[in-house]
Design a protein around this ligand. Structure first.
Ligand SMILES: Nc1nc2c(c(=O)[nH]1)N[C@H]1C(S)=C(S)[C@@H](COP(=O)(O)OP(=O)(O)OC[C@H]3O[C@@H](n4cnc5c(=O)[nH]c(N)nc54)[C@H](O)[C@@H]3O)O[C@H]1N2
Ligand SMILES: Nc1nc2c(c(=O)[nH]1)N[C@H]1C(S)=C(S)[C@@H](COP(=O)(O)OP(=O)(O)OC[C@H]3O[C@@H](n4cnc5c(=O)[nH]c(N)nc54)[C@H](O)[C@@H]3O)O[C@H]1N2
Ligand code: SF4
Ligand SMILES: [Mo]
Length: 683
């Protein structure tokens, strides 16, 4: 039998059609506007049955015994134990000593609201996401410029500028759209320090020096202004601070900037001209900007390009969402007055969005290890593997060990779960019905629909949270006994029900798609305009225009120690087979550990007589790891690309052993996990 749902094995959220035989999921196909032969392939989806029915799945709750071993337990026993710990800190009048850390976008749907609801009603403000290193920091920079995160309408674009994103590995719906547009003649510009498959297809590939994107964006802004390629009607009618932007960008002329960031001035000029003159043009920014110390200003500068050229909210440009009305479920008003979250040092990031709240995950480690700003004693980790994925993973590991009580909600035994006191087995995405955030902020709403029974005794996340909530005395706050009841409640203001979503599996549009909404509604910024200049930022002690106070001296971790650490390390490719630290335990995907390598340029390799397959030690001031060399011209001389995400499979291969969590972006608390100085030597 064929069933429709949304795959959440990565954050692409692809609508899929699943084949279920005798109650078992046997295969799944991604839906797309492209014919089957033209769709970007997903190897994870091809291995979906192996993943869902892997013998490594956690199938019962586990409780750690005094001797350190885990024993199987019933849900009642495990949840009662967790609830008892919650009550313990409440009894000591310090519920804020309990934190809830949410991981990867895999589950960023309404379950984010549910965890927040439980914690707010319990009395702790410390529900923390990992948005400081993922796209939420970028979302904040978009929001401070034009009110929300913009999404590319690439299929209709005539020019596509891809900036630090590789959709064929990570976001297949967008990859399909790019392929469609370019095969219809759209121009393609790629900004990426790596010669990726997309870069090889591009009309112009700008092999930027890692972590220096902000300088390129400013130089392009300057060029577009001085060559008078701006969209006058848009800039004059709908923006703030154009004259100041002109003045600041004047300090970043292409001829002076380009050589320092490994680029040819003429190529940058051509890229600026193409992007500004071919209409409509979309700009797809990605995780290449994330995890950079300079994330906020660089994304703001890139975002300004959309306004100068008038491509914001235009068909075939970058459109702004039409969020639907939802019943707020987070119950923020229930938090006791005067309790500050552990992320209090990042007030603008904490408050820029109704949905996200606290997203500086590094603060969890500060609070556990350094009691900064106060101690965190108990942590629930849901859908995340911080011991592998957080910056400075040795420190993150110490923090998880230091806790009085650690609960992990996951589908697999991760390195983080190994440290837990209680493990609660979660059902996977095909085993539960859920409302996805991605669907609710951009029409149409597509339901992630349960298509098979939960594996073993695993429970869907919603059920775990609701049951736990009821056990800590929040029966009234969690009245729902099914996902459907909770979703219907949340969707009521939009007039949509689960039943209707099931009848319309390709999605329900509450309101027709509208472009150039700003003409009627303005932008959702304090001025109602597209803000090149942000008074909000200036009033809070930050540059009101990107780089008005110069480019940061320290854009890359350990930059001040480059005499000892002369190479730029780049956190490596997101392989379509895996999602962050996940899925290497699936033999069909692991393929002899293919891809776990350090790419080094032939010139740098020759200096140390390094050859393909040599074992290389990669060292930073934080630690060292060992991996095989791949001598390859895809990287620029002076940089190496190190495979990322292997730390769960093999602790020695954990890239985040190398990264730093001390220096962070002052606005978003982002550490430099993407780019850092390092050295390599043959073992
Ligand atoms: N150096 C470096 N560090 C990085 C990155 C990088 O590129 N380089 N990327 C960063 C980014 S962008 C991110 S988002 C983070 C990701 O950081 P994490 O969120 O820690 O990463 P994942 O490895 O995806 O862990 C997700 C966990 O959730 C479990 N899971 C999957 N589905 C479900 C579910 O439905 N319910 C529950 N309860 N569990 C589920 C999986 O088994 C897995 O253990 O890593 C960041 N860290
Ligand atoms: N298959 C798969 N899909 C995934 C994930 C996964 O792990 N595997 N993870 C999911 C998650 S959590 C996220 S956040 C998204 C991320 O998805 P994307 O945004 O596509 O992120 P990446 O593939 O990490 O990086 C994109 C590109 O940035 C380039 N880059 C590296 N450093 C720089 C730099 O300094 N400047 C510029 N301009 N570019 C740079 C890289 O070479 C890469 O080609 O993918 C999601 N989807
Ligand atoms: S890219 Fe693959 S794994 Fe990710 S959501 Fe789409 S089908 Fe699922
Ligand atoms: Mo992410």
């Amino acid at each position: 039998m064929k069933k429709d749902t949304v795959c959440r094995m990565c954050s692409s959220c692809c609508p899929v059609e699943v084949e279920v035989v005798a109650g078992k999921l046997v295969s799944a196909q991604r839906k797309s506007f492209l014919s089957k032969d033209l769709r970007s392939p997903c190897l994870k989806l091809q291995a979906v049955a192996d993943i869902v029915y892997s013998d490594k799945r956690l199938t019962t709750p586990l409780i750690r015994e005094k001797d350190g071993a885990f024993r199987q337990a019933s849900w009642d026993e495990a949840l009662d134990l967790v609830a008892e710990r919650f009550k313990h800190y409440q009894g000591q009048a310090r519920p804020e000593a309990v934190g809830w850390l949410r991981g990867m976008a895999a589950d960023w749907g309404s379950p984010w609201d549910y965890a927040n609801r439980l914690m707010n009603c319990y009395g702790s403000p410390n529900t923390i996401g990992n948005g400081s290193i993922c796209f939420v920091a970028r979302e904040m920079a978009h929001t401070y410029t034009y009110g929300a995160m913009a999404f590319p309408e690439a299929a209709k674009a005539k020019c596509i500028l891809v900036w630090g994103k590789h959709d064929a590995d990570t976001t297949l719906g967008v990859a399909d759209a790019i392929n469609h547009a370019t095969s219809n003649g759209a121009k393609l510009i790629v900004v990426d320090p790596i010669q990726t498959p997309l870069a090889r297809k591009a009309d112009i590939w700008l092999q930027i020096k890692p972590g220096h994107d902000g300088l390129l964006a400013m130089a392009m802004i300057n060029e577009i202004i001085t060559q008078d390629l701006i969209d006058h009607e848009f800039v004059e009618g709908f923006t703030t601070g154009f004259e100041q932007l002109r003045e600041v960008a004047g300090r970043y002329a292409i001829d002076t900037i380009a050589p320092g960031i490994w680029l040819d001035p003429q190529q940058v000029r051509e890229a600026a001209r193409l992007y500004a003159t071919i209409k409509p043009a979309c700009l797809i920014d990605g995780n290449g900007l994330d995890m950079q110390l300079d994330i906020f200003q660089s994304t703001r500068a890139v975002a300004c390009l959309r306004g100068l050229t008038g491509n914001i909210d235009r068909s075939g440009g970058d459109v702004l969402p039409q969020p639907i009305s939802l019943r707020p479920l987070q119950a923020r008003d229930r938090l006791p007055v005067g309790v500050t979250p552990i992320t209090a040092a990042y007030p603008l990031f904490n408050s820029f969005s109704e949905t996200w709240g606290n997203q500086v995950q590094s603060c969890v480690v500060d609070a556990i290890l350094d009691q900064k700003p106060y101690g965190l004693k108990m942590l629930v980790v849901q859908a995340g593997n911080p011991v592998v994925t957080m910056a400075d993973s040795s420190r993150a590991h110490r923090a998880m060990q230091e806790l009085e009580f650690l609960v992990v909600i996951d589908m697999f035994m991760t390195r983080t779960a190994e440290l837990a006191d209680v493990i609660l087995p979660a059902a996977g995405c095909f085993e539960k019905t859920q409302l996805n955030r991605a669907a609710t902020r951009n029409n149409p709403i597509i339901l992630q629909n349960q298509v098979i029974e939960a594996v073993g005794q695993s429970w869907p996340d919603w059920k775990i949270v609701f049951e736990l909530g009821r056990r800590i005395g929040l029966e009234q706050e969690f009245p729902w006994h099914s996902a459907e009841a909770a979703i219907d409640d949340q969707l009521a203001p939009a007039g949509v029900t689960v039943e209707r979503l099931r009848q319309e599996p390709d999605g329900v549009r509450v309101e027709g798609l509208r472009h150039e909404k700003y003409r009627q509604d303005g932008f959702a910024t304090p001025s109602g305009k597209f803000e090149f200049f942000s008074r909000r930022l200036e009033e809070n002690g930050h540059a009101g225009l990107p780089y008005a106070d110069g480019f940061p001296e320290k854009a890359i971790s350990f930059a001040e120690q480059q005499d000892d650490f002369p190479l730029i390390g780049i956190s490596g490719r997101r392989d379509i087979r895996f999602t962050n630290s996940q899925y290497r335990i699936i033999p069909a995907l692991l393929k002899n550990e293919e891809g776990c390598v350090v790419d080094i340029h032939p010139l740098d390799a020759a200096q140390q007589q390094i050859e393909d397959g040599d074992q290389l030690q990669i060292t930073t001031p934080k630690g060292a790891i060992t991996m095989s060399a791949r001598v390859s011209p895809v990287v620029h001389p002076g940089s190496v690309r190190i495979a990322w995400g292997w730390g769960d499979y093999k602790a020695d291969w954990n890239l985040n052993t190398l990264t730093d969590d001390e220096v962070r972006n002052p606005i978003t608390g982002t550490p430099g996990q993407r780019t850092f100085m390092c050295r390599v030597s043959k073992v």
